[in-house]
Design a protein around this ligand. Structure first.
Ligand code: NA7
Length: 561
C-alpha cells in the first residue's frame, strides 16, 4: 500500500479524496483500487439498491452476456485468486450469474461498506477556489472530493418512451432496462413488446415461451446470429485457468479484447467457397466470433460487408417457415454490423410459433399506448395485458449528462457537449479537471470487452492520481488542443468505416435530436492502449498537471514560512 494522498495534505481539505459514481464493474474495481491499493478515502454513490450496474437493472427474461464469460473473459483480471476461484457454469453467463459474481467480488473485497446505495448523484460542480468537486445527491447531501470518477456505465439511462398515453394503459408496463426484481409472470398473458435490439431479441425468445400471445413490434430488423451457448467445458476451463495471464495479455492486444486468432484480411480475397467455410465456422462458434472473427474488412468495405450480410439473410430465410414473415425479419437496407448485432438462441424459430405475431412498424410508426394496447398510424392492436419496452438507451453520453456536471467557469458538460462529446482519450474533458470517465465516449468502451476496458481506465486514472500526489500536484486536465485532436481522430477513424451510414446508438442516432457522432473510438483496443501508454510515458502528454486551489496555496505558504 502506498502513502495516502490525504495523509500528505496539510489537513483533510475534502470529505473524500475520490467520489465514484456507480457500483457496477467499473465502480467496484475503482473502489478496490483507489481504497485498498492506494489508501485513498473513497465514497461510491450508486442509484440502485444493490451492486451490479447494468447487471443490477437489466433483469428481463433471457438477459445474458454475449461475450464469453471464461474463455475470452468477461470478468475481472486484476486478482489472480479471484480468477482461479470463480467458476462460470456456462460459456455465456446469464444475468443472475454475473450478478452473483459481482456480489462475490463485493464481499470478497469488503466493498459494500463504502457504497451509498439508493443514492443518485444530481450535481457535481468544480470549485476553483478549493480545486475540488462539490458533489450533491438526490437526498440533499453535499460532499467534496479531489477527484470525480464516473463509473456510471454506457447503457444505464433508458431511452424515454416516445409514445403518448403510457400512463393511461390499464395493464402492466415494463422497461427491459429497469426490470422489477420480483420478476414478471407472463403465463397466459397477452404481451406486446416494442424493440428488437439485443434486449428485445433475448426477451422475445423467453417471453414467447410463457405468454398466451406475444405481439412483436419491429421497426428495424436486425442481423441476429446464434450465441451457441453451452455448459462450461471442464477441460477448456482447466486450460484457461492454467494460462490466465497469457489469455488476458492476448485479449488486451486485440481490437475488441477477445483473442480471435484466425481473422483473415479480406472477404473479397478468397474464393466464395472459402468465404462460406469461414462464415460457417464463425457461425458455429457463435457470439462475437461471427461479428468480428471472420475478415478484417467486414466493417470497412461495403462489398466485403455484402458477403456476410447476404450470408445472414440466407440463414434467416432458412429458419423462418413463412416467407412473408422471413422477409420482414430480414435486414436489407443497412450493412451488417453497423448496428450492434444481437446474439440469439432460437430467436427466428420463435416466429414460427402460433402464439407469436410480428408487426412491422417501419412504415407506420407507433404513436400511442392506448388503454388497451398499441396504436400505430395505420392500425390498433388491442386486448394487451402487458407492454414491454425494449427500446434501448440514451447511450454513452446520457449517464454523464444526467449527473449535472459543471466545470471551470460554471460551464456545464451539457453545454460543452451540445454538438456531441468532446474528450481526450474518452476519459477526460478540457475544462473539467480531475474528472475521469471510465469507458467514456470516444474510448473503445463498448467495442472492447468491458471488464478489461474498465480495468485499463481505472489503472490509468489511479496511476495519474498517484503521479499527482507524488509530485505535489492537485489537478490533471487535458489541453483543448489534445482534446480537439482526439475528437478529430475519433471521427476520422469512424469515417473510414461503414458505421456512420446507419442509425444506431453507437452514432447517437437512436435518440431524436441527439447529435449524430460516433461515440466509440474504433481504432481498436490494442492501438488505443498503445496511445495511452505513450501519453503516460511522455509525462502525461496532452494533459496539464498543476498545483492549484487552496491546498496548493497552503503548501506554498508553509514552504515560504
Ligand atoms: P437497442 O439496441 O437500441 O434496441 C432498441 C430497439 O427498440 C430497436 O429495435 C429500436 O428500433 C427499437 N425502438 C426504439 N424506439 C422505437 C420506437 N419509437 N418505435 C419502434 N421501435 C423503437 O437497445 P437494446 O436495449 O436492445 O440493446 C442495447 C445494448 O445493450 C446492446 O446493443 C448491447 O450492447 C447491450 P430501431 O433499430 O431504432 O429502428
Amino acid at each position: 500500500m502506498t502513502d495516502t494522498y490525504a495523509d500528505e495534505r496539510p489537513a483533510a481539505s475534502t470529505d473524500f479524496d475520490a467520489i465514484v459514481v456507480g457500483a457496477g464493474f467499473a465502480g467496484l474495481y475503482a473502489l478496490h483500487k483507489l481504497r485498498d491499493q492506494m489508501g485513498l478515502r473513497v465514497r461510491v454513490f450508486e442509484a440502485g439498491d444493490g451492486i451490479g450496474g447494468t447487471w443490477y437493472w437489466n433483469r428481463y427474461p433471457g438477459a445474458r452476456c454475449d461475450i464469453e464469460s471464461l474463455h475470452y473473459s468477461y470478468s475481472y483480471s486484476f486478482s489472480p485468486e479471484l480468477q482461479q476461484d470463480w467458476e462460470w457454469s456456462e460459456k455465456y453467463a446469464s444475468q443472475p450469474e454475473i450478478l452473483a459474481y459481482l456480489s462475490h467480488v463485493a464481499d470478497r473485497f469488503h466493498l459494500r461498506e463504502d457504497i451509498a446505495f439508493g443514492t443518485r448523484v444530481t450535481s457535481a460542480v468544480w470549485d476553483e477556489e478549493h480545486a475540488h468537486w462539490q458533489v450533491g445527491t438526490q437526498h440533499g447531501a453535499s460532499v467534496t472530493a479531489r477527484y470525480l470518477i464516473s463509473a456510471a456505465g454506457n447503457l444505464s439511462v433508458p431511452k424515454t418512451p416516445e409514445f403518448d398515453g403510457i400512463d393511461s394503459f390499464a395493464g402492466e408496463v415494463y422497461l427491459t432496462g429497469t426490470w422489477p426484481h420480483e420478476g414478471v409472470d407472463f403465463t397466459g398473458k397477452k404481451v406486446a413488446i416494442i424493440g428488437t435490439g439485443s434486449s428485445g431479441v433475448q426477451a422475445i425468445t423467453e417471453i414467447a415461451k410463457h405468454a398466451s400471445h406475444l405481439t412483436v413490434f419491429q421497426r428495424t430488423p436486425n442481423y441476429a446470429t446464434p450465441l451457441q451457448n453451452e455448459p462450461s467445458d471442464p477441460n477448456r476451463v482447466a486450460a484457461i485457468k492454467a494460462n490466465y495471464p497469457s489469455v488476458r495479455e492476448a485479449s488486451r492486444n486485440t481490437r475488441v479484447g477477445i483473442p480471435y486468432d484466425k481473422v483473415l484480411p479480406s472477404a473479397l480475397a478468397v474464393t466464395p467457397e472459402e468465404r462460406r467455410r469461414v462464415f460457417d465456422e464463425c457461425w458455429d462458434e457463435g457470439g462475437f466470433r461471427f461479428f468480428l472473427g471472420s475478415f478484417e474488412d467486414i466493417l470497412v468495405d461495403k462489398a466485403a460487408n455484402d458477403t456476410i450480410a447476404e450470408y445472414v439473410r440466407e440463414r434467416i430465410r432458412q429458419r423462418v417457415s413463412d416467407p412473408a414473415i422471413a422477409e420482414k425479419l430480414t435486414p436489407t437496407d443497412y450493412p451488417y454490423g453497423t448496428k450492434r448485432p444481437p446474439y440469439e438462441t432460437n430467436y427466428y424459430e420463435t416466429f414460427n410459433c402460433n402464439n407469436v405475431t410480428l408487426v412491422d412498424v417501419s412504415g407506420a410508426p407507433i404513436t400511442t399506448i392506448t388503454e388497451t394496447g398499441v396504436r400505430t398510424t395505420d392500425a390498433e392492436y388491442d386486448d394487451v395485458d402487458v407492454v414491454v419496452l425494449a427500446t434501448g438507451f440514451d447511450a454513452m453520453t446520457g449517464p454523464l449528462l444526467e449527473m449535472g456536471i459543471v466545470g471551470r467557469g460554471g460551464r456545464t458538460l451539457a453545454d460543452k457537449w451540445a454538438d456531441g462529446p468532446h474528450t481526450f482519450l474518452g476519459l477526460s474533458v478540457h475544462g473539467f479537471p480531475n474528472l475521469f470517465l471510465v469507458t467514456g465516449p470516444q474510448s473503445p468502451s463498448v467495442l472492447y470487452n468491458m471488464p478489461l476496458a474498465i480495468e485499463d481506465h481505472v489503472d490509468f486514472l489511479s496511476d495519474a492520481i498517484e503521479h499527482l500526489q507524488r509530485n505535489g500536484l492537485d489537478t490533471i486536465e487535458p489541453t483543448s488542443q489534445a482534446e480537439n485532436g482526439w475528437v478529430a481522430q475519433t471521427n476520422e477513424i469512424a469515417q473510414h468505416t461503414l458505421l456512420p451510414e446507419t442509425d444506431s446508438w453507437w452514432m447517437g442516432a437512436n435518440i431524436p435530436g441527439k447529435p449524430r457522432v460516433c461515440m466509440v473510438y474504433l481504432g481498436g483496443a490494442a492501438v488505443y492502449r498503445g496511445i495511452c501508454a505513450d501519453v503516460v510515458a511522455n509525462n502525461y502528454e496532452g494533459f496539464t498537471l498543476a498545483a492549484e486551489g487552496s491546498a496548493a496555496r497552503e503548501r506554498a505558504s508553509a514552504h515560504i514560512s
